[in-house]
Each structure stands twice: as structure tokens, then as C-alpha cells.
Ligand binder design. Structure first.
Ligand code: GDG
Length: 467
């Protein structure tokens, strides 16, 4: 069995004490890397002047080698803030209006992918399985193939793949689609994403469909299949159970003073539907006034990508909106929305999920959404809370027993909040049992194994079989 080589834009490098940053994806990939032996390569997060890029920074932890590369300031500007976050991210989340196409950024994106390929190339061994992650690195396999790599290479897209009418608005859509055909296995979060991808290929006449998940382009065949990502279900449930003993938990309960907690946890991102959610919460409080002074919405929203102008503007807009609702509806002893712009520690988060009677997971578009899954895993089985989930999150395809809403329908979402809070305990238990069974069956280890099994079994490119 060959090593596993993972490539992603950022790498969760363990700290000096050997503790890896928390998060299901990191844990699952690290355990797969540990089992096979492997390498994880990505950007160090540091940028430098032109010509100042030094050798890879390396670190060994057990069976895993980490390799980090710096990028130049120009690289970061064009590849990361530019094309990845101002073109691919908005396009894949159906926000054509926010996409900023610039030739410089597009060229920078392909150039940095070439650079990643050149850094990886000397490290690859013949039997390595290579697994590349996410929208930052779509052309990486094509670059590696160009430089002679014959290994099996897989790709997993964490975000949605849009419908052809949206995807094809991108000036470089053809290059991106063609470069994806250099992979052996392409993983999506949902069937819907895979079908959108297949529709894009068909529209461009780029490949033949051989079966549900098999496609061919010239001599090459590849698999494109859904692998819905999960969480570490049991570990997260245990974390939430233990959180009841902490001081934060006691302080929080005290400060709620008998009010029901509603929770939202999202990176500050326009895809997460925060504006519509706060509107819906305000509408819920005005249409169902019995709930005033009875509930508190805790919205935890760590800042992200503040260098991108849309995010900076949104930061101000959401803070103002929450302030306005608090001003209009709050009383001297009741604040309807507690808006927190900081990141909490994972155990604290697990405890707050468990305390909350209702979770609002209402993205306008989301690849999967792990918060929805974490909230369910954190519940107390005797008295579980309710998950209100956007039908436009990938998670909605699996989490059928959640209360599904259309986040664009503010009044509909507001009424669903009222219904969820009034839901009898028997119905809550019934729904939770179904949801939890799904999370147990399909946790992050199943996701990881499923992808790697397909990748390991993928037919090798013809060119290699002939040699
Ligand atoms: C992308 C796709 C897909 C959030 N606030 C805090 C905190 N978090 C953690 C959550 C969760 C993670 O961040 C967020 O994951 P999501 O899945 O909800 O969203 P994205 O960041 O957009 O992730 C998404 C995912 O990739 C995986 O494939 O599901 O669709 O967009 O784990 O708990 N964690 C801590 N403190 C916080 O304040 N510790």
C-alpha cells in the first residue's frame, strides 16, 4: 500500500505539544495519513517578496510529514484573495453579482497551481495516492500530469458545484473543466453537485458518460461521485456531554435566566445567509410576540477573509443589523441577539449547542455545513433541540428529519422558528433519532475511507498500464 499525500491550501499543523487543531476533517485526514504513512503539503500562510521564497518548511509528527511553502505577496493577492475567493467562491455559491474577473488574478491562480506542482513533484513516490482538496487547487492534477506524474490523483470539492448557466459565466470555465478531467476520482458533497458538474461537461461536449459515476475523455476514464462529508459523531457527542461541567456552561445558564437559547454558528460569509436570518428572527419576534423576552439568539460569527472587500462590508452590515433589532425590540433586561465576532474553543461550542433549544443553519448555499451535524451530535437524547436547516445546504440532502426552510422566504423561516420552539418532546426525539442514526452511519471516517477506497481502486491511466 502506497503512502497518502494530501494537498490543501492550508494545513492543520500540530503545535509544539503535538496537538493538531481541532476539526473533523483534520482528524479524519490525519488518521488516514497516520495509518498509511503520508505527507500533507500546503501554503504556510506566510507571504514574502518576489524571489524571497525559501525551501519548504517541514515537520514530522509520527508517521506524517508536513511540508509548507511560502507564497509571494503577489501570489496571495492573485491566487487566494483574487481568483479563489473573489471568483470561484462567489460563483460556486451562485453569487455572479460578486464575481470580479481579472486576467491578472486568473493567470495568478494557474501560476500558483503550477508552483504547488513543482514543490510537490520532488516529494512524490511511485505508489503514492495523491488527494487534493478544494477550489483553490482545481488545476493541480493537470499540472502534475504535465510534469509527468502518473500516480492516482483524487480531488474533493468542499463547496457546491453550480449549474452550467452559472458556471459557464466564468471566462476560464473551459480550462477548469478540462483540468478536472486529469483526476482519477472527483468527489462532491451531493448528487446534485455531481449532476451539475456532469451537465457542465455535457454542455461543453467534453466527455462521455459511461455510467452513473464514470466518465471518459479521450483515452482517460474517471469517477465523479458524491461523498457527503461527516463529523466525528461519537467524539463530538462526548465533548458536548462533558461540557456541562465547565464554568462557561454555568455562567451561560445563569445569564439566560430561564430563557430559551437559539444558536447560530457561521464564519462571517455572505453564503451563510446571516442578513436573512436576522430579518427572519426579527419577524419571528414580531409575528409571534409571546416569544419576546423568552428567547435569546446567540450568533457566533468569527470574522473571515477580512482582506476581501465584500467581507469587510458585510461585517459592518451584520453588526448594524443586529444592533438595530436589539434597539427596536430589546428591553432594559433583555437583549434579543447576542452577536459574538470571536471564535470559541471547540468544547465551549459543543456545550452551547447542547444548551440550545433551536439551531438556525440557514445558508443561502453551502457545500455541506458541518454546524448542522455538530448541533445534532451535541443534543441530549431525552430532550433534544430542533435543527432548522436551509434546503440549500448540502446537509439537507441527508438530514431529512430537520425542519427544512427556504432562507430567502423570511416569513416562512420566521414561522418555522415558532413551530420548532413549540414542538412537543416526542416529535423532537423522533426527529433527532433519525438524524443521529444518519450521522452515526456516515461519519467523517466513512467519508475518508469511501473516497480513498475508490481512489486506490481507480483504473490507472492507460499510458501507465502500457509502459
Ligand atoms: C466548507 C464548506 C463544508 C465555526 N465557528 C467556530 C468554529 N467553527 C467551526 C464549526 C465547523 C466549521 O467551523 C465550519 O464548517 P462548515 O461546514 O459549517 O462551513 P465552512 O467553513 O464554510 O466549510 C462547507 C465544509 O467546508 C467541509 O467540507 O461543510 O459547506 O463551505 O466545524 O464548528 N469552531 C470553533 N469556534 C468557533 O467559533 N472552535
Amino acid at each position: 500500500m502506497g503512502r497518502l499525500v494530501v494537498v490543501s491550501n492550508r494545513v492543520p499543523v500540530p503545535d509544539k505539544k503535538g496537538t493538531a487543531p481541532a476539526g473533523g476533517l483534520a482528524v479524519a485526514l490525519q488518521s488516514a495519513l497516520e495509518a498509511r504513512g503520508g505527507l500533507w503539503l500546503g501554503w504556510s500562510g506566510q507571504s514574502c517578496g518576489e524571489d524571497a521564497i525559501g525551501p519548504l518548511k517541514t515537520l514530522k509528527d509520527g508517521n506524517i510529514d508536513y511540508a509548507l511553502t511560502d507564497l509571494t505577496e503577489k501570489d496571495v493577492e492573485e491566487y487566494y484573495h483574487g481568483f479563489a475567493n473573489r471568483v470561484l467562491w462567489p460563483i460556486c455559491h451562485y453569487r455572479l453579482d460578486l464575481a470580479e474577473y481579472g486576467r491578472r488574478e486568473m493567470a495568478g491562480y494557474f501560476r500558483v497551481n503550477r508552483f504547488f506542482a513543482s514543490r510537490l513533484l520532488p516529494l512524490i513516490e511511485e505508489d503514492d495516492l495523491i488527494w487534493i482538496h478544494d477550489y483553490h487547487l482545481i488545476p493541480l492534477a493537470a499540472e502534475l500530469r504535465r510534469q509527468g506524474v502518473k500516480n492516482r490523483i483524487g480531488f474533493f470539492l468542499h463547496i457546491p458545484w453550480p449549474a452550467p448557466d452559472v458556471f459557464l459565466t466564468m471566462p476560464v470555465h473551459e480550462e477548469l473543466l478540462t483540468s478536472l478531467t486529469a483526476y482519477d476520482v472527483i468527489g462532491f458533497q451531493t448528487v446534485h453537485d455531481r449532476e451539475n458538474f456532469a451537465d457542465c461537461l455535457a454542455r461543453q461536449g467534453l466527455s462521455r458518460r459511461l455510467g452513473e459515476s464514470r466518465f471518459s475523455v479521450g483515452e482517460r476514464t474517471f469517477t465523479a461521485k458524491p461523498y457527503p462529508i461527516g463529523i466525528e459523531t461519537e467524539a463530538f457527542a462526548a465533548l458536548a456531554r462533558r461540557a456541562g461541567e465547565t464554568t462557561l456552561h454555568r455562567r451561560m445558564l445563569q445569564s439566560l435566566d430561564g430563557k430559551s437559547l437559539i444558536i447560530g454558528v457561521d464564519r462571517l460569509d455572505y453564503s451563510k445567509g446571516l442578513t436573512q436570518r436576522i430579518d427572519a428572527f426579527e419577524t419571528f419576534l414580531t409575528r409571534h410576540p409571546d416569544n419576546q423576552r423568552q428567547v435569546t439568539l446567540l450568533q457566533i460569527t468569527p470574522k473571515s477573509r477580512s482582506e476581501v472587500p465584500e467581507y469587510e462590508a458585510m461585517q459592518r452590515a451584520v453588526a448594524e443589523q443586529a444592533g438595530r433589532v436589539n434597539g427596536a425590540l430589546g428591553t432594559v433586561d433583555w437583549v434579543p441577539i447576542r452577536y459574538v465576532n470571536r471564535s470559541l474553543r471547540r468544547p465551549a461550542l459543543a456545550g452551547l449547542y447542547r444548551m440550545a433549544k433551536l439551531a438556525l443553519v440557514t445558508p443561502l448555499r453551502d457545500g455541506m455545513n458541518l454546524v448542522a451535524k455538530e448541533y445534532i451530535a451535541a443534543q441530549n437524547e431525552e430532550d433534544p433541540g430542533v435543527l432548522l436547516l436551509s434546503r440549500f445546504a448540502g446537509a439537507a440532502a441527508e438530514l431529512k428529519e430537520a425542519v427544512l426552510v427556504n432562507p430567502y422566504d423570511v416569513e416562512g423561516t420566521a414561522d418555522a422558528m415558532a413551530r420548532s420552539l413549540a414542538m412537543p418532546v416526542e416529535e423532537r426525539r423522533e426527529r433527532w433519532k433519525g438524524l443521529m442514526a444518519t450521522l452515526r452511519k456516515n461519519d467523517v471516517f466513512v467519508w475518508c475511507d469511501g473516497f480513498l477506497t475508490d481512489l486506490a481502486g481507480a483504473t490507472l491511466p492507460r499510458i501507465r498500464a502500457a509502459s
